[in-house]
Design a protein around this ligand. Structure first.
Ligand code: PHB
Length: 393
């Protein structure tokens, strides 16, 4: 409870005792503040992703007159540095010291897993605007934990399906060794091998290392038909440049769309035509996406990406819950119910949540044209994460 809420409850009690409970309390209702903890990376390889999520979230709040569910919004921001060892302390600071009403975060799966554990222990409302750790909407699923992005399995599976559909028979995989990399590869393998593909070799390097050269040398020697990778942010930009600089153009590179999202500008000179699979694409032509892209470009003087969309949708989901309880954050069960059944009018196209609170969504095939990830097809329609081990939600 925030100080505002305590004060509100106390004043309400006094009014009730004096027989005034039927009187409206407009000044108090208007003064209500919703305290939102933004726990995101603002430094390191995912810094740009954290910024885009923050921008997207704040854009929706600004479009709603600076309020959510009628409450004024106040932010407490923490740079989580994509550092799992610091995650519990950072989350505890927001929840126990700053008394935030809700936490929105984060990008890195390892950090998000720690956040989910604290959220479960403290019954904190947690909305994840990126991190794909499968367990969050699997064995760790909970009534108070929601995700507006994806599970790592989803884009991995979509990419494997597309590559198998294209009759590619052999692939090497390469990624960072942590939950997001491993689970993306697992999703990829599931669909690729079911479609007749063979994995030649799985290769890993520690997060967030960018010494790719030995791996590129090995790929050249192995000569697979194609390569599948999961990289994101600044590390992805370096990987794509290194891949083509190593003369590997004859071995087609594929990846879940994080490989190219938000970094079109940096890789456009070397990576035209690079094909990826993701739940968003720059050119999606629906009224919501067009309005979103225009508003975002106007406010931030740059183009949005998938991360901005996920941040925007985190705010939309929270707003849907708060609307149902008229901004009364104490009615959590009712609020969660409304979030569970919300149809989010996302720039990616409308989506609903699975029982485990993860988006059920189309996996688009995108191709880099200029600096944009242009949608050229659909790998899988309405893909739901299998939510392995989810019992509670
Ligand atoms: C993750 O760690 O879950 C992660 C990070 C960056 C992405 C996607 C997933 O772009």
């Amino acid at each position: 409870m925030t100080i505002d809420r305590n004060r509100r409850a106390a004043v309400g009690a006094i009014a009730g005792a004096a027989g005034l409970s039927a009187l409206p309390l407009p000044a108090l209702a208007q003064g209500r503040k919703l305290k939102i903890g933004l726990m995101l990376p603002y430094t390191g390889t995912f810094a740009q992703l954290g910024e885009a999520i923050t921008n997207g979230f704040k854009l929706y709040v600004a479009e709603s007159g600076g309020k959510l569910g009628g409450d004024d919004v106040e932010y407490v921001t923490v740079d989580d540095e994509s550092a799992p060892p610091k995650a519990v302390e950072n989350m505890n600071r927001l929840v126990r010291r700053d008394n935030v009403d809700v936490v929105v975060g984060t990008v890195h799966s390892g950090v998000a897993l720690a956040m989910a554990n604290v959220a479960r222990q403290t019954n904190t409302t947690l909305i994840i605007p990126n991190a794909g750790a499968d367990d969050i909407t699997g064995s760790l699923c909970a009534p108070n934990i929601f995700r507006t992005s994806f599970s790592n399995w989803q884009p991995g599976y979509g990419t494997g399906k597309m590559m198998a559909d294209r009759k590619i028979k052999s692939a090497v995989t390469l990624t960072w060794k942590y939950a997001a990399g491993e689970e993306s590869v697992n999703g990829f393998k599931e669909a690729f091998t079911a479609g007749g593909g063979k994995i030649v070799k799985e290769m890993f390097l520690p997060f967030p290392n960018v010494e790719f050269q030995p791996f590129l040398t090995e790929i050249a020697a192995l000569k697979p038909e194609a390569v599948f990778v999961f990289f994101a942010g600044a590390g992805a930009a370096k990987f794509v440049k290194d891949y083509y600089a190593a003369g590997l153009k004859s071995i087609p590179l594929y990846g879940s769309g994080f490989l190219t999202d938000g970094i079109g500008e940096a890789i456009q000179d070397v990576a035209q035509g690079l094909t990826t699979v993701l739940h968003y694409g720059d050119g999606i032509n629906n009224p919501k996406n067009n309005a979103f892209r225009t508003a975002y470009a106007l406010k931030y003087k740059m183009q949005p990406d998938v991360y901005a969309v996920q941040g925007y949708d985190a705010a939309q989901l929270l707003a849907a819950g708060l609307r149902a309880v008229k901004g009364d954050f104490s009615k959590k069960a009712e609020m969660y119910k409304a979030m569970e059944i919300a149809k989010i009018d996302s720039p990616r196209g409308p989506f609903t949540l699975s029982k485990a609170h993860n988006p059920v969504q189309d996996m688009y095939i995108r191709q880099l044209k200029g600096r944009d990830n242009v949608v050229v097809g659909i790998a899988v329609k309405a893909l739901a994460d299998p939510a392995k081990g989810c019992k509670a939600a």
